[in-house]
Design a protein around this ligand. Structure first.
Ligand code: ADP
Length: 488
């Protein structure tokens, strides 16, 4: 058993903006079931405090000029001990944890996540008055990137793992922040925290962590190339022997078509009739005509170029020439929100769009759609295609990152061997997306074949069981690496 401090800026259900929250909300629980002593650390946003139960004060201390209270609770629905970093000046703000009401990053994000990192170090080194010391700190994305940088100078330090959930978000700030945060001057070099004249939080993780990983094997390879490396591919190639990919799992209790409180009827791989009930409920929720016959294509996600939403906008007029319905839920860049809303106005019988974040509706959409569209430009792992597989909603995806690792294309040979679980295309173009979707629509016309593919998809095991074991092995490697570095 190892003592793991899992440091994150969000964890479902306390706070969620994307896949990181899903991972932070479910991996620690899976590790706990493998008997690891895992503790979660995240900011005490007002929503997180409101959603937590039995919250008590664990300790108080000062760090970087801020008075910190650590609140102790359990991650809801689990036995995972969770510490919430309560620092009202930095975290007592409603809404999105990173952006203000205008969608701009909070002006003091560097200070906010610098403090989160400092607190993680104090907790991990047993200087927070909690009578607990970490063997390893598991850091996630740029918000916790400075932790490995701070820890590398500590005697008898815990090991560090840094997980890249999305390399596109790097925590870049002007040099003045490097100065005002009193970061060690020796770290201002492009070998450490400097990135083209800016302070890079993510480099703290990429340079200093004992082991690095990302959330799918294909993305782990892709980010070592200029196309996907966001300017960090050289560093990642340099650290390639310490970098691997571990696919995310899904929370099988929350995303279980047979026991999903957010859907209209249960179903499973053997009895798919409940899926039709969900299809009708979904059509009704989106104000479309209720009809089980036409293919219903769904999409949930952030409306940003990463997700290929611009390709969806371009493809829709031609796609809607087919007898299909399309339902879309999401929010993001105004340009895409507006374009989709306008298209829904033009095609009211076939296309319905809801702008916003709605966890319950996302479940119904997965349960009721026949197909799920995910034409990402890049995709570290992607969770929605995994939910889709589990719900027999065949994914239409681009061959990148975790999508390439989890969806098996309905090619003639994969159909013959019975392995096909979805539809995969290569180029990030409207035409490639359309051709692939048309292939899916044609397949849908053969309901016997479709059912077979649905059953194959639903039987894939994307639970955390396997991946949590891989994380335990990764932790072991990181602890060995930390020991040998400290001896050297
Ligand atoms: P990313 O982290 O890049 O946004 P992922 O596919 O890894 O993408 O995870 C996104 C998670 O957020 C999924 O659980 C998805 O269902 C959820 N999600 C995204 N947008 C919405 C929305 N508008 N309403 C409900 N859930 C959403």
């Amino acid at each position: 058993m190892s003592r793991i401090l899992f440091a994150t800026s969000e964890a479902h259900p306390l706070m969620k903006t994307g896949g990181l929250a899903d991972v932070a909300g479910s991996l620690p629980r899976a590790l706990k079931s493998l008997r690891e002593d895992v503790r979660l650390l995240m900011p005490a946003y007002p929503d997180a405090i409101a959603r937590a139960q039995h919250v008590k004060t664990a300790t108080r201390f000062d760090i970087a000029g801020y008075a910190i209270t650590l609140l102790e609770t359990r991650l809801p629905g689990t036995q995972v001990k969770t510490w919430l970093v309560d620092c009202p000046a930095l975290f007592d703000r409603p809404g999105n944890p990173y952006l203000n009401a205008d969608g701009e990053p909070w002006i003091d994000n560097a200070e906010r996540f610098h403090v989160l990192c400092r607190v993680a170090v104090e907790v991990a080194c047993d200087r927070a008055g909690l009578d607990w010391r970490a063997d390893l700190v598991h850091c996630n994305d740029w918000q916790t990137g400075l932790v490995p940088a701070f820890l590398q100078g500590e005697a008898d330090r815990p090991a560090t793992v840094f997980t890249i959930h999305n390399l596109a978000y790097q925590g870049l700030f002007p040099y003045e922040k490097f100065v005002s945060l009193h970061l060690p001057p020796a770290m201002w070099t492009h070998h450490q925290l400097e990135f083209h004249g800016q302070l890079s939080f993510i480099k703290g993780g990429l340079v200093f962590a004992d082991r690095l990983n990302t959330v799918s094997p294909t993305y782990a390879k892709e980010i070592q190339s200029p196309e996907f490396g966001n300017g960090l591919d050289g560093l990642l190639r340099h650290r390639s022997t310490a970098l691997n990919g571990i696919l995310n799992g899904i929370n099988g209790d929350e995303w279980n078509p047979n026991r999903d409180e957010h859907t209209a009827a249960p179903f499973n791989a053997n009895t798919l009739t409940g899926k039709t009930t969900n299809k009708l409920a979904l059509q009704s929720a989106f104000g479309l005509v209720q009809n089980s016959k036409p293919a219903l294509i769904g999409n949930v996600g952030r409306m940003v170029e990463q997700k290929g939403v611009d390709l969806v906008v371009q493809a829709l007029p031609q796609l809607l020439a087919h007898p299909v319905q399309v339902v879309i839920l999401g929010s993001g860049a105004t340009i895409y929100e507006d374009a989709l809303t306008e298209l829904a106005r033009q095609y009211p019988k076939q296309l319905a769009v809801k702008i916003g974040y709605d966890e319950k509706l996302a479940h119904l959409l997965e349960a009721g759609s026949d197909m799920f569209l995910m034409p990402s430009r890049f995709e570290p792992c992607g969770l929605n295609q995994l939910y889709s597989l589990r719900y027999g909603t065949l994914p239409i995806v681009r061959r990148v990152g975790g999508l390439a690792d989890t969806v098996i294309d309905a090619s003639p040979s994969n159909l013959v061997s019975g392995e096909a679980t979805g539809f995969v295309f290569d180029k990030a173009t409207k035409d490639a997306l359309l051709t692939c979707t048309e292939r899916a629509i044609k397949c849908f016309g053969d309901q016997k074949l479709w059912r077979r593919m649905q059953r194959t998809a639903m039987r894939q095991d994307h639970s955390w069981r396997h991946s949590a074991h891989e994380y335990v092995s990764l932790y072991t490697l990181a602890m060995q690496a930390a020991k040998s570095k400290q001896k050297a």
